[in-house]
Design a protein around this ligand. Structure first.
Ligand SMILES: [Zn+2]
Length: 340
């Protein structure tokens, strides 16, 4: 039982010509949602995030600063620009992620997928960054905790490191953050040695990967590090920062994942969620800037989450050399905290 949470309003967040995070991405999301609806899946309009929900992640001062720009275009930095409706839509994007959490925690859906923009995982507590205004997945994780979930795991396979999400929870053992990302690359954080601090030490898990990684590299890192850590953590709910800019066709980064590769990761994730947390997954979109790759990857993600496969038993063809090198670097750090 999978429910999509999305709105055609997300196309109203406008960016300048040539900007990769463009309104056409929302049109692609609507095409895929319409197909899903026609196939009998549930598609719902999101609610908006409340002030209280946003305040769990963002500072009062930052929220005031952002809200004061509502109705007019602003450049928060050279990459992160808004239009008249952007602030309202960023709030709707964070609300869609919370809405997904509500559906899953209320038992109205087993899995929820929020197709949103602007994306969120670069947004810091006090700063817009990397196309992101509010940290949608972090707001959703804090919402799940506020609703009584004891442990929440966030997996982030966007090609960029989710710096904002990591910083939101790096001292908090009740939210596990596991990221696979191209490294070195924007935003520069996410080295293997970044593993949390204080009571949160060990609950931040970074898997930096060299450019050129394909489906089998991602699968081996998933099977030998990401999924074993998540299994041992035993979350009540699994959140996914679903960026598709590791796709071979993506213009922003240098990975080689195929559309089917994302399907395979989704089936693996759904199989593990079925074992450990009643299948409860809430996926929230992040990057993915080639429109046809985005369409295919959204289809592969939703189909994969709806129909768990054999998990790690499902073979993925291709070289896993780069994945093995990523593991060789990160496993010594991760093994201090988890059995791998
Ligand atoms: Zn990205």
């Amino acid at each position: 039982m999978l429910t999509l949470v999305t709105s055609d309003r997300f196309a109203g967040h406008l960016t300048p010509p040539g900007h990769p995070e463009r309104f056409e991405r929302a049109e692609v999301m609507q095409v895929v949602a319409a197909e899903a609806h026609a196939a009998g899946w549930s598609v719902v309009e999101p609610r908006t995030a409340t002030d209280e929900e946003l305040r769990r992640i963002h500072t009062e001062r930052y929220l005031r600063e952002v809200m004061a720009t509502a109705g007019r275009p602003v450049a928060f930095d050279p990459d992160t620009v808004t239009s008249r409706e952007s602030v309202e839509l960023a709030r709707l994007a964070a609300g869609a992620a919370c809405h997904g959490v509500d559906l899953v925690l209320d038992g109205r859906a087993r899995t929820a997928v929020a197709f949103v923009r602007p994306p969120g995982h670069h947004a810091e507590a006090d700063r817009a960054m990397g196309f992101c205004l509010f940290n949608n997945v972090a707001v959703a994780a804090a919402h799940a905790r506020a609703r009584g979930a004891e442990r929440v795991a966030i997996i982030d396979f966007d090609v960029h490191h989710g710096n904002g999400t990591q910083h939101s929870f790096e001292a908090d053992p009740s939210v596990l953050f596991v990221s696979m990302h191209q490294f070195p690359c924007y935003p520069g954080t996410g080295a293997a040695g970044e593993c949390g601090r204080g009571a949160g030490e060990g609950y931040t898990v970074n898997l930096p990967m060299e450019a050129g990684c394909g489906d089998a590299d991602y699968a081996v890192v998933f099977d030998r590090a990401v999924l074993p850590v998540v299994r041992q953590y035993r979350p009540d709910l699994l959140l996914l920062s679903a960026g598709f800019d590791a796709h071979a066709a993506d213009p922003l980064a240098g990975m080689q994942v195929s559309t089917e590769g994302f399907g395979s990761l989704a089936r693996r994730l759904a199989a593990v969620a079925g074992e450990i947390c009643g299948g409860r997954i809430v996926a929230v979109t992040e990057g993915g800037y080639n429109l046809s790759a985005l369409a295919g990857s959204l289809r592969a993600l939703t189909a994969g989450l709806a129909e768990p496969g054999l998990g790690a038993a499902e073979a993925v063809p291709g070289s896993r050399e780069r994945g093995e090198r990523a593991l060789a670097e990160a496993v010594p750090v991760i093994s201090r905290y988890w059995r791998l």
